[in-house]
Ligand binder design. Structure first.
Ligand SMILES: [Ca+2]
Length: 241
């Protein structure tokens, strides 16, 4: 009997500790507000940079193949494209989640044409504490690592690629696209490249002290196209198309 009581007590303590740990883990990570920018030649009215950080296309199971919930380029050389993400201030970066491009065109006759081959394949990650223009070679940026993203599976919800950023500190994170899965399809009709959604995870303490998220805004200037959105806090979606 005593053994049973002790075992039950141990179980209760263990379960309580596990519950507390799970609660801590849920609270210890936050997604900060992010501004996404792409090269002027790489933005597209049918898939602007704002779609990268507004949770569009993401459902409970992952990334859907809904139309126009991502960003894609203008069809020029994919290696000229990049995505620059502004977190508002220097923070330690823990995790990068990327949902690759998974657009499916619903044709007038009802047929569905998938375009997952426009997804990013290889890319380099760069960091900066200053709002430097990436230019052609990211000369003023600090190289972090090379990544290879997973090609999305059409007609299904897809999980993100999860990339460890190892606590590297920066305000700006850039994804310098090196190639797309279209490059494996030279007979394709163009060289569009795109992504659907990006999420950056930082420690909760750093997320708490940043400015409150703002309402979704999309801005455009003659010099560069910017898409500014209010992202979400603590997993709560603030904007959905
Ligand atoms: Ca999206």
């Amino acid at each position: 009997m005593r053994l049973a009581v002790n075992a039950a007590t141990i179980c209760l303590l263990t379960c309580a500790a596990s519950a507390n740990q799970l609660a801590f883990e849920r609270l210890a990570r936050r997604t900060p507000s992010v501004v996404a920018t792409v090269p002027p030649q790489g933005d597209n009215a049918g898939g602007s940079a704002g779609n990268l950080v507004n949770r569009s296309g993401i459902n409970a199971e992952g990334l859907s193949d809904d139309s126009y919930t991502g960003w894609h380029s203008d069809g020029s050389d994919p290696s000229l494209q990049w995505v620059k993400l502004d977190l508002g201030r220097v923070v330690p970066l823990e995790t990068l989640k990327v949902w690759n491009y998974n657009f499916t065109w619903k044709k007038p006759d009802g047929a569905r044409q998938p375009y997952a081959n426009r997804g990013v394949k290889d890319a380099d990650l760069y960091l900066s504490d200053a709002d430097a223009d990436p230019g052609a070679d990211f000369a003023d940026w600090t190289f972090l690592k090379t990544i290879t993203l997973t090609k999305a599976t059409p007609f299904e919800s897809n999980p993100p690629d999860v990339i460890d950023l190892n606590g590297a500190r920066a305000r700006w994170l850039a994804i310098d696209i090196r190639s797309s899965y279209t490059d494996d399809d030279p007979e394709g009709e163009n060289r569009f490249v795109g992504l659907n959604e990006i999420e950056i995870i930082v420690p909760d303490a750093d997320a708490e002290t940043r400015p409150a998220p703002v309402a979704p805004v999309v801005e455009s200037t003659s010099a560069t196209d910017l898409a500014t959105v209010g992202a979400r806090l603590g997993g709560e979606s603030r904007c959905r198309q």
